[in-house]
Design a protein around this ligand. Structure first.
Ligand code: GAF
Length: 383
C-alpha cells in the first residue's frame, strides 16, 4: 500500500471520517556542500523519493488533533489558543506545535485541523525527516487556511520552527530542498540569496544511499559548536560570513588563529569552492571530477571539520574501493556524527557496490547497513 493510501486509512481509523486532502514533502540527500548553509554558502542537495505524507481535514474550532502512524497511531491534541510550548512526551508532536506557533507568530490566522502523519524517511539518519515534516505541515496549513506562502518563505518558516521552537540551530538547506526540489535534478542553492539553479542528474547514474546505522550522538551540541567556531573564524577574518573569505585570506590570518578554528574555516571555504565545481561537473557529466570532489569533501569533513565517525569513514572506504577505476563518487552526507553516506554510481555498478558493502561493512564494524536507491523528486511547493 502506498504511503498516501496508508495515511488515508489511518486518518479514518483515528478520527472516524474521510480526510479532506493529502499533502507530501520529501526528505533530502546532500550531494556536496556540508555545513556551508549557515555560512551563507553553497549546497547541492536533491529531494528524494522518501518523504512524509499528511492527510488532513479542517475543523470549525481551534483544536489540532494529530495522529502519527509511525508512533503507534498515538493521538495528540492541543489548542491553537493556548501558549504553545515544547512537550517532553510525544516529542514528535513538537514539530506540529513548532510550525503552528511559527505561523501564528507571523500573524497568520489558523483554524483547527485533524491530521494524520506517516513517513518513510529513515528517522535520525541525516536525510531530513524533520524538515520534511515541517514543510508538509506548512504546505497543509497554507492550503487549508488560504495563506499565500512561497517556497522560500515556507523554508524560512520551517527553519524558524526548528531554530526557535525545537531549539536546533540548523541552516536552511533541508527546508529549502524539501520545498523546492525538482524531478531528476539536484539544486545548486546559494544560501545567502536563497536562489537556486537546477542541475540535471545523469540518467545513467543512481543515487545510492547507505545508512551506517550508527546512532548519531552529540549531534546538537557538536552542531552548535561548529556554528560558533565558524562565527569566530569569520569574526577573526573580518568578513560577514565565511562565504566571503578566500583560502589566501585564511592563510594570511593563520598565524593569529587557533589551529582548530583554522581547520573549521578551511573546510567551509574549500567546501564552497568544491560545491560550485561539483555543480559544473554534474552538469557536464564529468564523473572523474565529480568523484574527486566528493572524495575531497569527505576528507575535509573527516580531518578539518571532524564530523565523521570511524564506521562512516570505513563505509566510505569500502565504497570508494568498489568504485576504483569506475565513474562515480562517495562521501558522508548531512550533519554528521553517524547517519548516511551518499554515492553516485553508474547503474551497471549498483549491484556490485551494494554487494561489496554487504560483504565487508558488518564484518568490520559489527553493524548492518541499510541501502536506499533514490531518485530526485519534486519538492512540496512544486506544482
Ligand atoms: C543539518 C542541518 F539541518 C542543515 O542546515 C545543514 O547545516 C546540514 O546539517 C549540514 O550540511 O542537516
Amino acid at each position: 500500500m502506498s504511503l498516501t493510501a496508508q495515511v488515508i486509512s489511518g486518518f479514518k481509523e483515528a478520527f472516524g471520517y474521510e480526510p479532506a486532502s493529502t499533502y507530501h514533502a520529501p526528505g533530502r540527500v546532500n550531494l556536496i556542500g556540508e555545513h556551508t548553509d549557515y555560512n551563507d554558502g553553497f549546497v547541492l542537495p536533491a529531494a528524494i523519493n522518501f518523504g512524509t505524507v499528511v492527510a488532513a481535514s479542517p475543523r470549525s474550532d481551534n483544536t489540532v488533533r494529530i495522529c502519527a502512524l509511525n508512533f503507534h497511531q498515538e493521538v495528540v491534541e492541543f489548542s491553537l489558543q493556548d501558549r504553545l510550548e515544547k512537550s517532553t512526551t510525544s516529542t514528535w508532536a513538537n514539530y506540529v506545535r513548532a510550525v503552528a506557533d511559527t505561523l501564528l507568530k507571523a500573524n497568520f490566522t489558523l483554524q483547527g485541523v485533524d491530521i494524520c502523519v506517516i513517513g518513510d524517511v529513515p528517522y535520525g539518519a541525516g536525510l531530513s525527516s524533520s524538515a520534511a515534516l515541517e514543510i508538509v505541515l506548512i504546505r497543509m496549513f497554507a492550503d487549508l487556511n488560504q495563506l499565500s506562502i512561497s517556497s522560500v518563505e515556507a523554508a524560512q518558516y520551517g527553519q524558524r520552527a526548528e531554530n526557535d521552537f525545537i531549539g536546533a540551530q540548523t541552516g536552511i538547506m533541508d527546508q529549502l530542498i524539501s520545498a523546492q526540489g525538482q524531478d531528476n535534478h539536484a539544486l545548486l542553492i546559494d544560501c545567502r540569496s536563497l536562489t537556486s539553479q537546477a542541475v540535471p542528474m545523469d540518467a545513467d547514474f543512481r543515487i545510492v544511499i547507505f545508512n551506517s546505522n550508527v546512532q548519531r550522538g552529540l549531534v546538537d551540541s557538536e552542531y552548535n559548536t561548529r556554528r560558533r567556531q565558524c562565527q569566530l573564524a569569520s569574526d577573526l577574518l573580518k568578513v560577514p560570513a565565511l562565504r566571503d573569505a578566500s583560502l589566501d585570506d585564511l592563510e594570511r590570518a593563520r598565524p593569529s588563529m587557533d589551529s582548530v578554528i583554522y581547520r573549521r574555516a578551511r573546510h567551509i571555504i574549500s567546501e564552497n569552492a568544491r560545491t560550485l565545481d561539483a555543480a559544473t561537473a554534474l552538469r557536464d557529466r564529468d564523473w572523474q571530477t565529480m568523484g574527486r570532489l566528493m572524495h575531497a569533501s569527505h576528507e575535509s569533513m573527516k580531518d578539518d571539520f571532524e564530523i565523521t565517525v570511524p564506521a562512516i569513514d570505513g563505509l566510505v572506504d569500502i565504497i570508494r574501493d568498489a568504485l576504483t577505476g569506475k565513474p562515480g563518487g562517495v562521501r558522508m552526507t548531512g550533519g554528521g556524527f553517524g547517519g548516511c553516506v551518499v554515492s553516485l554510481v553508474h547503474r551497471d555498478q549498483v549491484d556490485a557496490v551494494i554487494a561489496r558493502v554487504a560483504d565487508q561493512y558488518e564484518k568490520r564494524f559489527g553493524i548492518k547497513e541499510s541501502v536506499y536507491i533514490c531518485r530526485a523528486v519534486n519538492g512540496a511547493f512544486v506544482a
